[in-house]
Design a protein around this ligand. Structure first.
Ligand SMILES: [Zn+2]
Ligand SMILES: [Zn+2]
Length: 437
């Protein structure tokens, strides 16, 4: 349990409340903000897809080297795990994802993507810059850290499940809690949004090949038409959520891919369809998965076709539900409230979007929140994955300061427990936090 703040005479609640404000002031200083903006723009110009973030990772390591921060590399191909603080327990982690998307940037500006067909349209360039900003501030204050902050720079959030590979490589070994953020154009700059419990859905992808018998479009009786079969399959898939799921249990199936044929007068041999399914519990998710397979294969056979369904989890692993720890929620409200004011801590409704941060929250207590960047006076900020996506760079100091504050305060409030002669846990000897922070 966190030690009551009042029991530590050197660490009053007022002093603790000043940490977030101090970090925000620090992060807003031109030398820190402009440096973060520079990093973000450099990464933006050279976007790299999942597990190919070699230059991004190199840039991160170069900055960590300059700051004298120790790290492990490679972790999960391009990932970097850095350590700031005592080097010993307790450990708390903060995380950024590094990958871009396979799409063309449509924003005309000085630092537009230089790589055709690739773009940072989800803000992961900003996430890296903010985590480096936090690293910088934490390193400045390393003597005040009452444990170790683990900085996780992970590859392949966009479908590749880089978080799972980081976990499998031991990136969260001995770590007690992890915090992560995502920039959001839905909330104003200077505000954050989150909720306790499930916040993002579990996500899976499926693909099916429906085989019939091709032939002349004018003589359908000699063919087995896979296009009509696939059309029926898709209609039937839409009945799973509307007729089989509890209306109060959110689920989605979207068929997003339909590929077949090439001529106006030929019935093709086969059709490939594919899509995504989402749910907010493990049970609903596996039920959906099972029914997708049944509906596709059985509906296909009703119409004399054969179908095979693949989920291809090697390439696109299922993402679990992202669940925010209830205790960390109260803790987040306190730290973010001290920095931004309680009126700027907004409640986020659960979203059917998915995040591979979920692998971390499945393994240890975790907390994921959204960082506002909307500012009407700077024009419209499009939502993620739009070719017109822009980052409000004024959000960078807020993200960096939140990362640094959450980690620092967490270590202060969760001191290492020692066992005494009777085998009972007792608190660490008193620790102090320097007055200037
Ligand atoms: Zn994304
Ligand atoms: Zn993202």
């Amino acid at each position: 349990m966190p030690k009551p703040i009042s029991s530590n005479p050197t660490l009053t609640s007022e002093k603790l409340a000043q940490i977030p404000l101090h970090f925000l002031d620090f992060a807003k200083k031109p030398e820190i903000k402009d440096w973060m903006v520079g990093i973000r723009r450099k990464i933006h110009e050279n976007p790299e897809l999942g597990f190919e973030e070699f230059e991004t990772s190199k840039l991160i390591r170069a900055e960590l080297d300059k700051m004298g921060i120790h790290y492990k590399y490679p972790v999960a191909v391009t990932g970097v795990v850095a350590f700031v603080g005592t080097g010993g327990p307790p450990f708390v982690a903060i995380r950024a994802d590094m990958d871009a998307l396979a799409m063309e940037e449509a924003v005309e500006w000085e630092h537009k993507s230089k790589v055709p067909g690739k773009m940072h349209a989800c803000g992961h360039d900003a996430h890296v810059a903010m985590l480096l900003g936090a690293a910088n501030m934490l390193q400045e204050r390393r003597h005040d850290l009452q444990g170790t902050v683990v900085l996780i720079f992970q590859p392949a959030e966009e479908g590749g499940g880089g978080a799972k590979k980081m976990l499998d490589a031991g990136a969260l070994e001995n770590v007690q809690a992890i915090f992560g953020l995502h920039v959001s154009s839905a909330y104003p700059i200077g505000a954050v949004a989150a909720r306790p419990g499930p916040i993002l859905a579990a996500n899976g992808f499926f693909e099916a090949v429906i085989n019939g018998k091709g032939g002349h479009a004018a003589i359908p009786q000699l063919t087995i038409d896979p296009i009509l079969t696939a059309s029926n399959v898709i209609l039937n898939l839409q009945h799973l959520v509307s007729r089989e799921a509890d209306p109060l249990d959110s689920q989605v199936i979207s068929v997003t891919k339909f590929q077949a044929g090439g001529a106006f007068n030929v019935i093709p041999d086969s059709v490939t369809i594919g899509g995504t399914f989402r749910a907010f519990s493990k049970e609903s998710f596996s039920q959906l998965m099972q029914r997708i397979e049944e509906v596709i294969t059985k509906q296909a056979s009703v119409q004399r076709c054969n179908a095979t369904v693949i989920f291809n989890t090697d390439e696109r692993p299922f993402y679990p539900v992202t669940t925010n720890n209830e205790v960390l929620h109260e803790y987040f409200r306190k730290v973010a409230g001290d920095m931004l004011g309680v009126q700027n801590i907004l409640e986020k409704k659960p979203l059917m979007g998915a995040e591979d941060f979920s692998f971390y929250t499945e393994a240890i207590p975790g907390y994921f929140y959204f960082l506002g960047m909307k500012n009407e006076s700077q024009g419209k900020f499009e939502s993620g994955h739009s070719p017109y996506y822009r980052i409000n760079e004024d959000a960078l100091p807020y993200g960096a300061a939140l990362h640094a504050s959450l980690a620092t305060s967490y270590l202060l409030e969760n001191p290492l427990k020692h066992t005494n002669a009777e085998g009972m846990f007792e608190d660490e000897p008193e620790r102090s936090f320097h007055d200037e922070l």
